[in-house]
Design a protein around this ligand. Structure first.
Ligand SMILES: [Zn+2]
Length: 163
């Protein structure tokens, strides 16, 4: 196991986020299994919220499916995506939650999707997390940009606009 994976696991243990993940697993009666890279998988999560097939709290990936399903070679991208979130928890600790919700709010307000312009989801990989990789900005935001944005669009390429 690579040193950074060990460090990641240790950090999420110390900052308490993994304890919260384990607590959620306990309360929801999800079964804790060993994952990869020091990440635990809590399988058989049954609550309706959040609507995703899996989500990560500290170094615990909670999933509605089984650990085998998530560890399958076909789901390697998804696992890596969730593993990336564990790394974000290692850095931010409990601050991950408010920061993540602000990022969700920003993404939702600008695109109507929780993930597309969410820093944490972009950082973990949008496609691997099952998000569209890009969406048009909402009309209110385009309006905010003003008529200059529309004008610069019409400019032929190779004629860079100042500013
Ligand atoms: Zn994600």
């Amino acid at each position: 196991m690579a040193a950074r994976h060990v460090a990641r696991g240790a950090l999420t243990a110390v900052n308490g986020t993994t304890a919260v993940g384990l607590l959620i697993a306990l309360v929801t009666r999800s079964k804790i299994r060993r994952g990869r890279h020091g990440v635990l998988i809590a399988e058989g999560y049954r609550l309706k919220v959040p609507p995703a097939s899996c989500f990560t709290v500290g170094s615990v990936i909670l999933t509605r499916r089984s650990a085998e399903w998530l560890l399958d070679e076909q789901r390697r991208d998804l696992f890596d995506h969730e593993h990336h979130h564990a790394g974000q928890y290692a850095v931010l600790g409990p601050l991950f939650w408010p920061a993540y919700w602000v990022a969700c709010g920003w993404s939702y307000a600008t695109t109507g999707s929780w993930g597309v312009r969410n820093f944490f989801e972009r950082n973990a990989g949008l496609e691997a997390g099952g998000y569209p990789t890009d969406l048009p900005l909402r009309p209110w935001l385009l309006k905010l940009r003003g008529p200059s944005a529309t004008r610069s669009k019409r400019r032929p390429p190779g004629n860079p606009s100042p500013g």
